[in-house]
Design a protein around this ligand. Structure first.
Ligand SMILES: [Fe+2]
Length: 254
């Protein structure tokens, strides 16, 4: 593994992993493993995330949509807090977390899988359609594999994963660039659209996508999905959920 701070240039990273055909040669099936972490293990991760040792990031990316749909004040809007376990494998303060997670990662996903990025997510606004292909051009994570979600509790909220894979973040941009035919029907029924997506995620992308898998957030379960597949949160506000928390990992192959 290269040094933790070693980075490729933005151009080199984009041409190698995002704009090339690299991702077409790799496929990772979605899977869910129940009881992947027990209550004690979840608490250890939660405590570490909320300790002063983690690197805190406050995300307000969804402020314009929160203002538009819910008239939230942009000054007070919170999309999510990320409590990042930086230098996960090299910083001794995370060794107790590595001891918990690494044997499970290898047992479940095979040798050579590691968490090239890991954080505790405290989500306060549903995240829209995207993929997790990009990772700040880090040289340490050259081979993206699965994104993992391990909820800290049971929530009436569902992650949707779509079959379509790309290095381009925005699915409509991807469809336009690649002349993807527009289906007359959305890939979800009108009833499901209204229940799980309206009004935050627009209807248009669903004319280009196909549902691959869904994951209802369950305490301690591990949901794994290909990092290049488009995915999004449901609109959990429609289910009277205000926020949700999970351990999020982006895995890579050595
Ligand atoms: Fe994601």
């Amino acid at each position: 593994m290269s040094g933790i701070d070693e980075r490729m240039s933005e151009d080199e990273y984009k041409s190698t992993y995002i704009e090339s055909d690299y991702y077409k040669d790799t496929q990772f099936d979605s899977l869910t493993i129940d009881n992947w972490l027990n209550d004690d293990e979840l608490k250890i991760f939660k405590d570490a995330g909320y300790s002063e040792d983690s690197f805190k990031v406050r995300d307000t990316a969804m402020a314009p949509l929160a203002k538009f749909h819910y008239d939230q004040d942009p000054e007070e809007h919170l999309t999510a807090n990320y409590m990042i376990f930086s230098n996960f494998y090299d910083d001794p303060k995370w060794s107790h977390l590595v001891d918990i997670i690494q044997p499970k990662l290898e047992k479940t996903f095979g040798n050579g899988i590691y968490a090239s990025h890991i954080h505790l997510l405290d989500s306060h606004f549903p995240y829209g359609l995207h993929n997790d292909a990009e990772q700040s051009n880090m040289k340490i994570a050259p081979h993206p594999a699965w994104t993992l979600i391990v909820p800290l509790d049971d929530y009436d909220s569902t992650t949707y994963v779509f079959k379509e894979r790309s290095g381009v973040k925005d699915p409509v941009q991807w469809a336009t660039q690649n002349n993807i035919p527009r289906n007359e029907d959305m890939c979800v029924s009108r009833e499901i659209y209204e229940r799980d997506f309206a009004p935050i995620t627009s209807e248009e992308p669903f004319h280009y996508l196909t549902v691959d898998s869904t994951f209802k957030w369950k305490k301690g379960s591990c949901f794994a999905a290909d990092r290049y597949k488009y995915h999004c949160s449901d609109n959990f506000f429609n289910h009277s959920v205000n926020s949700k928390q999970a351990i999020i990992m982006w895995t890579s192959r050595k």
